[in-house]
Write a protein that binds this ligand. Sequence first.
Ligand code: HEC
Length: 204
Amino acid sequence: MSRKRSSKSRRGQLSVLCGLVLTFAMLLTGCQGTAPVAEVSVQEMEQAKNALQPLKEQLVDALTGALEEGGPESAIAVCREKAPQIAAELSVDGVQMGRTSHKLRNPENAPQPWVEPLLAAYLEDPENSKPRAVRLDDSRIGYVEPIYAMSFCLSCHGPSIEPALQETIQSLYPEDQAIGFHMNDVRGLFWVTLPSDAGAGMDT
Ligand code: HEC
């Protein structure tokens, strides 16, 4: 923060970094994302991936914007208020989405039962970042993508958190377990459930 760069160029750097990270994440998921898992079709995988995309983008934007403008303390408000708000806004037309983890900060983000085995699979084999999907019933599918910890996540989720920040987090989330992560650890996953047009899709 004390570097002699203008805030504009720092922001530029951050967005380039985030862009890179996102692109990398998309490459990772994109390469392997076309393989259907269980009976979920390639088209459905694509649909789910596209549904999740704005959540991923808006979260990174909101988070990096807040980190840039007010530092981690104010970015906490983004994670706390904006993240659920963005997810809620995008959860329309029978689509629902969110984030979850095996080490939760907010217990309200606890994994739904269908997500648990998928989360466990990423934890068992963290290098396999391919999206996974399941059919929840004949009219819905569930789809997940892993979330890996990046360097700028660690100020709030890493092994050593600045004491004042730690205090704020602790006061807001007395049951916080979402610390101690290192770069590239599986931090959790994005999930989305959406109506499936499997009946129609089968014919094509
Ligand atoms: C400024 C501090 C801060 C930073 C930086 C931050 N987070 Fe978080 N994170 C939080 C807070 C606070 C919550 C709880 C949000 C809520 O109440 O829903 C959270 C929740 C989460 C969750 C939802 C599951 C849970 O534990 O409740 C995931 C997944 C997550 N963060 C991943 C990340 C990743 C990946 C990054 C980096 C790209 C990151 N976070 C950066 C503070 C932060």
